[in-house]
Design a protein around this ligand. Structure first.
Ligand SMILES: [Cu+2]
Length: 406
């Protein structure tokens, strides 16, 4: 028993160190596919992707790719100073990205190391039997702590999908989701010749214990979100996924259009060009962006502005950027700049709702008001005089009639 405890302790320490390393790498990893040894034998190794997520390295046997996911608790840093007790797959948020080819057989060996039972739902995957749908009580029993379950499906359809806990909102909003990318067997013309493929998972947290109060792109809040690196003329694919439980997001790209090529993995005909793409909870939207602007840093952010600022009104949350290589890296400068300048700008909103300005007439208006007032007084005086004169005439006539009476 003592040995078992010691082994368990060592594994926990290894897992904690691993989590710290990947959390730090989440903000700093380069485009190079850096591979990390898994924390334990039940987890796939991870490889850093340019978008800031980590790809799970599968075991490959012919057309079958096997991934090993372990649901476990880990500390996850959203941004410097904001660390959550997250529930994760393999210690990372989002969970490892599963990349397969259309037609592959996909196997996910799931181990639940959480202290609560759970299941995994394969979101958007069609053609698998209901036993693979991951809905506790409906399609399978809950997977108890330390329990395992094997999910399997054939990736018949290409596009952007996700897997996530099918538990309640608080569990989902603590980090249990990840992307599935199915590369097409026959890419459309618009999918060819791309210089980058960025999975961008928009998610939310309930760190205050109430409604969603922190928002992350690939597990990170601005300024620690990862920029999309381009050169002028590049075409990059962005795979937006919204896995927030409560909030829609409208991702607005400054200076650039987003050509929507798929919604929920279904092709969208050419012509749907937007610069603000609406993504509801559970939806996926694939877009292609052409880097055709004047080179520099062009912000891309959610237009629900409380998703892009912290409690003090400082920039945070769902902000990333298209950064043209070779131009100054000023991504974090907005944060620094606004931390100096914003307190004064924030004053009106700290005093509550805007109020009507006090009435201060100009001199011309004031003169007109005086003239109007004088005219009204004159008209009033004349009216009173006429009334009195008329009354006097009536009284005089009355007196004359009385004198003439016999
Ligand atoms: Cu939003």
């Amino acid at each position: 028993m003592r040995i078992a405890l010691a082994v368990h302790k060592r594994a926990a320490i290894r897992a904690a160190i691993f989590s710290l390393v990947v959390s730090a790498l989440g903000a700093t990893a380069s485009n190079a596919a850096m591979q990390m040894t898994p924390a334990n034998a039940n987890e796939s190794a991870l490889a850093a992707r340019a978008d800031g997520t980590f790809a799970a390295v599968p075991e490959v046997h012919g057309r079958t790719k096997t991934f090993r996911l372990v649901a476990r608790e880990a500390q996850w840093t959203l941004r410097s100073g904001v660390t959550a007790a997250a529930r994760t797959y393999n210690g990372v948020v989002p969970g490892p990205t599963l990349v397969v080819n259309q037609g592959d057989r996909v196997v996910i060996d799931f181990t639940n190391e959480l202290d609560v039972p759970d299941t995994i739902h394969l979101h958007g995957i069609h053609g698998a039997p209901p036993e693979m749908d991951g809905v506790a009580g409906i399609s399978q029993p809950l997977v108890a702590p330390h329990g395992t379950f094997r999910y399997e499906f054939t990736a018949n359809e290409d596009g952007t999908f996700l897997y996530h806990s099918h538990s309640n909102e608080a569990v989902l909003d603590s980090g249990l989701y990840g992307g599935i990318i199915v590369e097409p067997a026959h890419p459309r013309a618009v999918e060819r010749g791309l210089s980058g493929d960025y999975l961008e998972i928009l998610s939310a947290w309930q760190l205050g214990g109430g409604p969603e109060d922190h928002f992350t792109i690939n597990g990170k809040e601005y300024p620690e979100t990862r920029q999309i690196e381009v050169r002028r003329g590049d075409r990059v694919r962005i795979r937006w996924i919204n896995i927030s439980s409560e909030n829609e997001h409208t991702m607005h790209s400054h200076g650039h259009d987003q050509r929507v090529i798929a919604r929920d993995a279904r092709p969208v005909p050419d012509g749907d060009v937007e610069d603000t793409v609406m993504i509801g909870p559970g939806q996926r939207v694939d877009v292609v962006v052409t880097a055709d602007a004047i080179p520099g840093t062009w912000i891309v952010h959610c237009h629900f502005l409380d998703h892009t600022q912290d409690q003090q009104g400082m920039p945070s949350g769902l902000i990333t950027a298209l950064h043209y290589r070779g131009t100054p890296n000023v991504f974090a400068a907005m944060d620094e700049s606004m931390r100096i300048d914003m307190p004064a700008m924030m004053q009106p909103s700290m005093h509550g709702a805007p109020q009507a300005a006090p009435f201060r007439p100009s001199r011309r208006v004031l003169l007109a008001l005086i003239v109007a007032l004088a005219a009204a007084i004159c008209v009033g005086v004349l009216a009173v005089r006429r009334l009195r004169a008329s009354r006097r005439r009536i009284l005089a006539a009355e007196r004359g009639r009385r004198l003439r009476r016999p």
